[in-house]
Design a protein. Structure first.
Length: 446
């Protein structure tokens, strides 16, 4: 691998988390615009109404991306910004925002990677049952066609869904994310089937309208298990666990969604777990859902350790007291990067992009005017070296998108956690590149 010539270095963001302009220029409501107004849902009542005001500061932000020196930028399109009602009429001003963004990126030789769905679902469609509505796959295909027709001449890389395991699990089971409607498991499974059909129809539409496109999806790695000692026994156990789905957190597992999106089937454990609740997948469904993909994303932040106790029993998730953590309290587990990538590639042989990796920290602007984030640099260095190890062990990884370019709206945590390599002062909207920005700039160069 020629890390300089062939490897794609990028950063990632998403529409609701950075754009703001939530009610401007003809944009329709998303389920997040509604959810953030429900008392107690979001930290200190924060909303994405303004966020990083990227909608009005796009050129300044792209100039910063160009200074950073990335070859690619992963962003998402807000469905209700370009289709206010979710279906039917198109908002030309909304389309123009993304068209201008794409032109600005290309002017700076930055390749756009577009995520079609990063959770800001049109509220009017949610009112019609959302992903439970049997028409939802067609709604998504229609939206895909609008994006493909508008940008397909310049955008060749697409991710259909960002983290289907998160917006379903937190949106309709744990209810900490929009729309926060609690469904019984049977309904969630029916929703998963429609989401998978929507993914298949979207891939079909992209291939039809953008023949030279490359398509994938961006799951989180919900179950990244890593062996504390790299013995055969523990490595085998980590892989077995990564390929399994638990009874309680099946929906959070990457295995459930990779089997559905890549193989067009429910995971082998589903029949026992869900019995009659499990919807039928016809042969037609299978073929549609498992449309061949060009690559798969992986949003990787952390993993669960696998080790043996003194008595020789298997213990999960035991980390020594004082083990490193991020600002959100997530354990820092760089080996999860190696094992998640290696196990995924051994199982599916699909080229991978790390579509998100990074950490939240309680960053402040120091007295010297800089933002010093050595912990983030350490986190990134360790994860990138584990990624390099996985590549040298044969995994085909095409690129890496650091999460995130800007500090932004971290869903139910609001602005309390900062994931950016660029600090955002939300009072003034001033951008301050952190030390990690300059570290990443140098890493890309070298
Ligand atoms: C996710 C989402 C991002 C989050 C990031 C930090 O992976 O949950 O894609 O929108 O902000 O991961 O939690």
């Amino acid at each position: 691998m020629d890390w300089k010539k062939d490897f794609i270095w990028g950063t990632a963001t998403s529409s609701y988390q950075i754009e703001g302009a939530a009610f401007e220029d003809g944009k329709g409501l998303s389920v997040w615009d509604v959810f953030v107004r429900e008392k107690g849902r979001i930290f200190e009542g924060h909303t994405g109404d303004v966020a990083c005001d990227h909608y009005h500061r796009m050129k300044e932000d792209v100039a910063l991306l160009a200074e950073l020196g990335v070859g690619a930028y992963r962003f998402s399109v807000s469905w209700p910004r370009i289709m206010p009602h979710g279906t039917g009429s198109v908002n030309e001003t909304g389309l123009k925002f993304y068209s201008d963004l794409i032109d600005e990126l290309l002017k700076h030789h930055i390749t756009p990677y577009v995520t079609l769905f990063h959770w800001d679902y049109p509220n009017e469609l949610e009112m019609q049952g959302g992903w439970l509505n049997p028409s939802s796959p067609d709604w998504f295909a229609q939206y895909t066609a609008v994006v493909a027709n508008a940008f397909g001449d310049r955008v060749k890389h697409y991710f259909t869904f960002n983290e289907p395991q998160i917006f379903t699990w937190l949106g309709y089971d744990r209810c900490t994310h929009a729309p926060g409607i609690k469904y019984p498991v049977g309904r969630i499974l029916a929703m998963c089937r429609n989401i998978a059909l929507a993914h298949g129809k979207s891939v079909q539409k992209l291939r039809e309208l953008v023949p030279d496109c490359r398509v994938g999806y961006a799951p989180t790695c919900g179950n990244a298990y890593w062996p504390v000692e790299e013995t055969e026994l523990l490595a085998a156990k980590a892989k077995e666990l990564q390929d399994s789905i638990g009874a309680e957190d099946w929906i959070h597992s990457s295995a459930f969604w990779n089997e559905l999106f890549i193989k067009g089937r429910f995971h082998r454990q589903c029949p026992q777990l869900f019995g009659d609740d499990l919807p039928e997948l016809s042969e037609g469904d299978r073929l549609l859902i498992s449309q061949p993909l060009d690559f798969c994303g992986m949003n990787l932040y952390q993993g669960t350790s696998v080790c043996l106790s003194e008595a020789g029993e298997l213990i999960l998730g035991e980390l020594p007291a004082g083990h490193g953590k991020t600002g959100m309290g997530w354990p820092i587990t760089p080996k999860a990067m190696y094992w998640a990538v290696k196990n995924f590639y051994d199982t599916y042989q699909l080229p991978l992009f790390i579509t998100e990796n990074g950490m939240s920290a309680l960053d402040v602007i120091s007295l010297d005017g800089g933002v010093h984030d050595p912990c983030r640099i350490d986190y990134l260095e360790r994860h990138l070296s584990e990624l390099k190890r996985a590549v040298s062990d044969g995994a085909k990884v095409e690129g890496y998108f650091l999460w995130s370019f800007l500090d932004n709206f971290e869903w139910e945590k609001g602005y309390d956690d900062r994931f950016g390599i660029v600090y955002v002062d939300y009072e003034t909207q001033r951008r301050v590149p952190k030390d990690s920005f300059y570290w990443y700039q140098n890493t890309i160069k070298s």
